[in-house]
Design a protein around this ligand. Sequence first.
Ligand code: ADP
Length: 561
Amino acid sequence: MKFKRRGFLGGFNRFRLILTLGLAVLLPAAALIYVNFSQLRAIERDKGIEAIFNREFQEVLAITEKKINKKAYTMTEEARDLFPSPDADTQEKEKKLDLILAQKPWLSHAYLFDEKGFVFRSQPGLMGDKYFREEHDHMTESFHMWLAKEGKMQTETIHKRPRGISFSLIQVKRANGDAYLEGAMFVLPQTSTDRAVLGGVAYEGCYLKGILFQDILDETVNQKSTDQGGNRLAMMIYPADMEMGKEIKPLAVSPGGWGEGKPEVSRKFDDVFRGLALGIKFQGTSVEAIGQTWVHRSFLILACLSLVIVGGLVLTKHIVSKEMALARLKSDFVSNVSHELRTPLALIRLYAETLELGRITTKEKKQEYYRIIRKESERLTALINNILDFSRIEAGHKEYEFRQTDIADLVRNTLDSYRYQIEQQGFAFEESIDPDLPPVRVDREAIARALVNLVNNALKYSADEKFLGVKLYRGNGAVKLEVVDHGIGITRRDQSKIFEKFYRTEVPLVHNTKGSGLGLSLVRHITQAHGGEVAVESTPGKGSKFTLSLPLASATQQPAT
Ligand code: ADP
């Protein structure tokens, strides 16, 4: 009945523990792992990292275009500020335009148109190139004709443009191949809006890189690379009409070069350099590779963390189960000890009352009753001593008093007081004490208690074959005390546990025998305090042998614990 109830309570606690672990820890942990895992899968599937980089790249390109435009407008305004007045005479105009071309060698042409005439000047240094000369002649004529017709309308249109400037990219030829010119046509701010006056300059394509693009690409790439750390960016400016699949010939490239491959993101110039495009990518790697590495690394971290969580849970369950088992052992202990206290007390009371009534007349009977009372009170004392010792050990207050002792004498005396009881219970008793043992420094009371505990166990846990053997001898630099029985024995699994406090095996005979589960844990503590150790050899059904080894050398100088 008693065990049934305990079993039910144990089961209930276990159920509660599993429920708590499941609901409060396992479920949230599993949910967390699952959510993270599916988020990572979604990022991997939707190429989330790639999307973030692409957005960032688009932003960088937009800002770069804005910077390049701003610079182009400023440079053009600087040239325009040097322009002659439309009212100056032709000679004056030519002189001023030539001066501008001399100051700004990246300009190939400069011209000024008004209702009265047209002046078109070209960079003298470039006139050696046949194509350039042709271009000069052609433009002088065609521009003049075109502006004579459209000048008025163009002026009106350009007046409406931001800052009064209009840009256009022109494809031209040079001695070393195809080239670009960036033309800027503008109105002169100081002239009245109803006059048809237009000025213009053309930027020589091969100069554009140095004066307009390079600084801005350098600055952007350096700044972004330090901002982001890690991978360096590569940027380039190239003709927007480059056919797909054809190798791109960039006009300008950021420091470190472009390397292999196509741009991750590109942007066509919209205003000033319409016809050109900006491209961006990482140097030496691709956004896809970065995204994949990131996702793989995240999966790996998640897997490691999940393992740690699972490991933690297993450990927690293990610890809690152990604590619960200890709690159960403690409650067993309380009921066992109360039971063990009650029995001798009841016997003492019974025999004392019988004696008191004076009904016992024979001397022998009286002697037997007195002996029983003494024996039971000794059992009580032994039990209480065990409990007191145990609580001192648990509190760390147990002290040992080591003294030079004739250990053979100590063992013999201790056994003497049990000899009668041993034989009374029908045990064959063999005692073998080596006569030439040296004196050993031990705590006499403690060693006697260890021996009594071992002897008591041998008596308690023997069923059919009742044999007790105690042997004291010298071996391997130690004094060995052996207690042997032919009792029920102990399984290998239990052999490692019986020295733990409160532990009792699940064998029926043990259940039916009184005990606190403290004896062997005390034996172990006492032996270790003497610098020695206790070992057990046992075969279930055949018997057990407990051996205490007290080292001769260290036992003599063992301090009190
Ligand atoms: P108690 O005897 O009070 O239960 P112990 O600490 O002395 O506590 O022993 C712990 C357990 O080890 C016992 O409950 C018993 O199951 C087992 N045991 C100890 N000595 C023997 C023995 N000589 N033979 C068989 N089992 C033993």
